[in-house]
Design a protein around this ligand. Structure first.
Ligand SMILES: *Cc1c(COP(=O)(O)O)cnc(C)c1O
Length: 460
């Protein structure tokens, strides 16, 4: 590997430099990919020099998600310790299904699950796993709830449409996919109304649950979001679980985006009542900034994760107790070690360091909101306590603006919509940024709009 490690160092050093000098890679139109990059796989081998050159071109043409101009999605930045953990996980190449092949890495994952469960207030019989993302964590949650209300589905399949799930209109689209995967059916996923701040209405949830019961249906699952994907709103967990418990319905808290607020004394009130839920997940690869992907799902009573996910396989589980054979609580068979990167981060900075990350992002967001709010040229659509800052500038079409910024390689920022309005969504995800970087974001955007004479939609 000596040669490859040298290449690796060379490419990473080049990448780190170019991230500073040209924070946005010039995008390649898909129609030109084949001409601009040597991507084709051929019959014959190539020389090391040719190989390195192709790889280098590819790396340098790839979107730079760790640069100071990347505000596009709910991930970004680069935490050095977490990246080290990720690189080592690749070198070690364990599979996390058994203690026999995962060894102490299994205990690393178990420690993370335990500490997240504790932070969530799931103290005694908790269980959990690290999944490949928030969508999969939400799938596991809905699956556990389905199997709890109807244990025979696992054996006989589902033959009638009577189970009903609930999630807010502003929740992540994985809830829809999961309802379809699990045989619940998209038509049996109710979209609950939200209030003016984008939070689920517990009153509407109760109305919908009652109506379904009156119609002979069986409510079994409600998904409550801690940080909705567009606005970053926090559903009122305590109110939702109170309604859910009355009707024997499972409450899952989807904290894929903003669940990590629970580590901060300043912000954990946003997930007040979390301990009353049945399951909870957070993505370490969003707010906490580990490399993609790392999602932790915890459940209050571990019985449910075993009931839904364990299956005997004597060719696999040959030693040790199930407690250390994590394949018994996983959707997958072979599973990469997504724990080590999160552990490296957490171990190095402590839980107070995780809180610092969250608080820095919230402070950057507050700064951005104040900037938007204090200028007559901007309209603000998002609210406080959110690291998504949704705005429009001079009524310029946000799709035109974001696309132009990307095509001219100036900024990577995305747009979103809510209640029929489309806006730019700035996400202050990278805790390495400073207030001045946020100011620079707005200045770049403003200069760009002037330079390219982007005009308001309603102009003239
Ligand atoms: C991003 C997100 C998800 C999905 O997580 P992935 O890791 O991308 O699958 C689920 N829920 C919410 C609220 C999210 O923001």
């Amino acid at each position: 590997m000596k040669q490859e490690l040298e290449w690796f160092n060379q490419l990473t050093e080049q990448l780190l430099q170019v991230e500073k000098d040209e924070p946005v890679a010039a995008p390649i139109p898909t129609s030109e990919l084949a001409n601009r990059l040597d991507l084709e796989l051929n019959e014959d081998p190539i020389s090391d020099d040719e190989f390195f050159a192709s790889l280098q071109d590819l790396v340098m043409s790839t979107p730079r998600t760790a640069s100071k101009s990347f505000f596009n999605q709910l991930f970004g930045g680069r935490n050095a310790k977490a990246t080290l953990g990720e690189l080592l996980a690749t070198m070690l190449n364990n599979s996390m299904y058994t203690y026999k092949v995962g060894g102490p890495q299994v205990a690393v994952e178990k420690e993370i699950v335990k500490k997240v469960a504790m932070a969530a207030g799931f103290n005694n019989d908790f269980g959990g796993t690290i999944s490949s993302g928030g969508s999969m964590s939400n799938l596991i949650a809905m699956l556990m709830a389905r199997d709890k209300i109807s244990p025979e589905i696992r054996f006989k399949g589902k033959d009638q449409q009577s189970l009903v799930a609930y999630t807010s209109k502003a929740s992540h689209y994985s809830n829809k996919k999961n309802a379809s995967f699990l045989g619940i059916g998209l038509e049996c996923l109710r979209l609950v109304e939200v209030d003016e701040l984008g939070r689920m209405s517990a009153a509407d949830l109760e109305l919908k649950i009652k109506a379904d019961i009156d119609n002979g249906l069986t409510p079994f699952f409600v998904n409550c979001t801690a940080g909705t994907t567009v606005l970053g709103a926090f559903d009122p967990i305590r109110e939702v679980t109170a309604v859910a418990k009355t009707y024997n319905v499972w409450t899952h808290v989807d904290g894929a985006y903003c669940g990590p607020v629970l580590f901060s004394d300043r912000f954990k009130h946003l997930v007040d009542g979390l301990e009353t839920a049945d399951s909870f997940n957070l993505n370490a690869h969003k707010m906490l900034g580990t490399p993609l992907t790392c999602s932790v799902i915890v459940v209050k009573d571990k019985k449910h994760i075993y009931d839904s996910l364990s299956m005997e396989a004597d060719y696999l589980y040959q030693t040790d107790m199930d407690e250390y054979n994590l394949g018994k609580t996983s959707l997958q068979c072979g599973r990469r070690n997504n724990a080590l990167k999160f552990w490296c981060l957490w171990k190095s900075v402590g839980t107070t360091g995780l809180a610092d990350i969250v608080e820095k992002q919230m402070d950057l967001a507050e700064h951005a909101r104040q900037y938007v709010d204090s200028s007559e040229y901007y309209t603000l659509y998002s609210f406080k306590d959110s690291i998504s800052i949704c705005f429009n500038y001079k009524d310029i079409d946000p799709i035109v603006l974001c696309t132009s910024l990307y095509e001219h390689a100036e900024l990577m920022v995305g747009y979103g919509s809510y209640n029929g309005v489309t806006f730019v969504r700035l996400v202050t995800m990278d805790p390495r940024n400073e207030m001045t970087d946020i100011d620079a974001f707005f200045k770049t955007l403003e200069k760009h709009a002037a330079k390219y004479e982007l005009t308001p939609v309603l102009a003239g």
